[in-house]
Design a protein around this ligand. Structure first.
Ligand code: HAS
Length: 545
């Protein structure tokens, strides 16, 4: 990778780590408030803090890290031209201007609307315009990544595209199609409404468009972690990719089934027909399949590599895994966390069980296992080799040891916090609420211990964040100079050749669009047709004052 490329990738990743610090600090404040033993100083509002936490970690950290990491993968596998690099910088600045705009509105208390910005909560127009810019900036990354692969394919006709480039292009296709929903809602509903062009907003439509985006959003976070699991972890453990075709197929399935499932976030929402909720629940169980394929594939990689190295027995092959290498350990714990995290997802998606857990802090527990453990620990695992690779430094033994300590702190903190959230949720503890005694009812008395446990877990996590930032700064600026490898695994030698039909992009996009039209046309038409009086769905430029 050239110097100028490295600078581009590092800028995205550095921004993600700044976000980690700010968002993590807000998380600490939240668990302390909810413990009932701490009040926010200087009239700061709980929901302001919660909005910063959700937006900065859920939207900013993830998007910056993912775009930076994916650029690095594309640069390594198919290359980036000077023009593409310049356009990528343009995307970076548009995203950054948008982030700063949104951040200022939240910090001034003008946008305490949480990361889902549900109407009828209203923010300052600059918040929505800022979000729109972040989306536009990320679209630029989509176009650049597609172009990179397109140019490569022109130069290599009849060759299958490199696995990681294939995966990045799928993730960006999914992201682009998904963000169309939220962009539509922001441009045609929220911005005119917050500017005062429209007096009302169709709440149900805005939420439906949000979740059309919001569910694929979670796979936009997950797929880069899967890229590392499929193609990078095998190299780190001294093995090969179990099956290139299986990996590609699982990504194609994610493209199909990530989007037409958003209604599973709205199962308790009135105004949406039950039949369509049920259909989207069925589709949700389809999107579980590629994750099960991934779990199978990872086990296979671990076992085959272990057995090749001469470790026998039923589980003897586990011994060969490089437990002392943080580049492996952090993502591996991420994988383990995804077993209960994914199981929790299946519970959420089960229509009847959803009525038990919806809007309880169980859901918060679920996504701290999935995104904040599985995905984030994998991102940390990537950081340990990618950052020194980009800065021309080395991950020293002592840094590796500190990384292992960091991973242990993160795991411990998250286990305590997320475990307590799951249990408290089953006792009816609500999510998204500041501390309250609810007039001292008996049920609330049961919650206290779990809220305290969350404060303890959250404090341990904050220590882990400080350690991670220390490691990041060290790897970026102070670690000894040297070469760190960019580990990309090869396929098993005896693997069947990958069939070329896996590259039928037009077909994959057509199936994706067909599934979306099937799952969403009637529910959205219904919502628009039966909108309550006065709530013009698309107010601008017509207006309905
Ligand atoms: Fe979820 C809510 C359903 C996965 C994130 N989810 C959320 C929210 C977030 C989120 C942020 O159906 C809250 C949104 C909000 O603010 O309201 N989720 C699912 C389902 C899955 C799922 C079915 N979620 C994720 C992932 C996320 C994420 C991934 C982030 C990255 N989720 C829901 C539903 C709700 C929801 C409802 C709404 C709840 C409500 O009522 O509001 C599935 O994708 C999960 C499938 C995964 C598996 C696990 C496979 C295991 C693997 C690990 C293998 C391990 C190995 C190592 C190989 C079935 C791949 C083992 C080695 C050894 C030696 C043991």
């Amino acid at each position: 990778l050239s110097k100028s490329e490295k600078r581009l990738y590092m800028s995205f990743i550095s921004f993600a780590f700044i976000a980690l610090f700010i968002g993590g600090l807000m998380g600490l404040l939240q668990v302390l408030v909810r413990s009932g033993h701490f009040t926010l100083p200087a009239g700061i509002d709980y929901y302001q803090v919660l909005t910063v936490h959700g937006v900065i970690l859920g939207l900013v950290l993830t998007t910056y890290f993912i775009v930076g990491f994916q650029y690095a993968l594309m640069g390594k596998t198919v290359g980036i031209s000077d023009t593409q690099r310049r356009v990528a910088w343009l995307g970076f600045w548009i995203m950054t201007i948008g982030t700063v705009m949104a951040a200022i509105t939240v910090l001034y208390g003008k946008a305490s609307v949480l990361y889902t910005f549900y109407a009828p909560l209203k923010a300052h127009p600059a918040f929505y315009i800022g979000l729109a810019l972040v989306i536009v900036g990320s679209w630029i990354a989509c176009f650049v990544n597609w172009r990179q692969l397109y140019i490569w394919k022109k130069k290599h006709p009849n060759e299958k595209s490199p696995l990681l480039a294939f995966m990045v292009v799928i993730n960006m296709a999914m992201w682009f199609i998904a963000t169309l929903g939220v962009a539509g809602s922001v441009l045609f509903q929220f911005i005119p409404w917050s500017l005062g062009y429209a007096a009302t907003i169709d709440v149900l439509l805005s939420r439906t468009l949000f979740w059309y985006f919001g569910h694929p959003l979670v796979y936009f976070w997950l797929l880069p972690a899967y890229m590392a699991w499929y193609a990078i972890i095998p190299k780190i453990i001294g093995g090969k990719i179990f099956s290139d075709s299986l990996a590609r197929l699982s990504f194609v399935l994610f493209l199909f089934f990530s989007i037409p499932v958003g209604l599973h976030h709205q199962l308790t929402e009135p105004g949406l027909d039950t039949t369509w909720k049920f259909i989207q629940v069925v589709l949700t169980f389809m999107v579980v399949i590629p994750s099960l394929m991934t779990a199978f594939s990872m086990f296979a990689t671990f076992e085959i590599t272990g057995r090749k190295k001469g470790y026998g027995g039923l589980f003897g092959w586990l011994k060969h895994l490089p437990w002392k290498d943080v580049r492996f350990l952090a993502p591996f714990i991420g994988m383990l966390a995804f077993i209960p995290g994914g199981a929790g997802g299946l519970i959420n998606a089960s229509y009847q069980l959803n009525t038990v857990v919806h809007n309880t802090i169980w859901v918060t527990g679920h996504f701290h296992l999935t995104v904040a453990t599985t995905v984030v620990l994998t991102f940390f695992g990537i950081t340990y080799w990618l950052v020194p690779h980009l800065t021309g430094r080395k991950l020293t033994k002592s840094m590796n040891r500190l990384g292992i300590i960091q991973t242990i702190f993160w795991t411990l903190g998250m286990t305590i916090m997320s475990g307590a959230m799951h249990i408290q949720g089953l006792f009816g503890g609500p999510r998204r609420s500041a501390y309250s005694e609810y007039n001292g009812t008996e049920q609330v008395a049961e919650w206290g211990a779990y809220q305290m446990a969350q404060a303890i877990g959250g404090s341990i996590l904050f220590i882990a964040i400080i350690i991670m930032l220390y490691i990041f700064i060290k790897l970026a600026f102070f670690a000894p100079k040297g070469e760190e490898e960019f580990p990309i695994a090869e396929e098993e030698i005896d693997a069947e050749p990958t069939p070329m039909w896996l590259e039928r992009w037009k077909l994959w996009i057509a199936i994706t669009i067909a599934l979306i039209l099937f799952a969403y046309t009637i529910p959205i038409a219904d919502v628009i047709q039966n909108a309550p009086p006065g709530s013009a769905p698309f107010a601008w430029p017509i207006g309905n004052n």
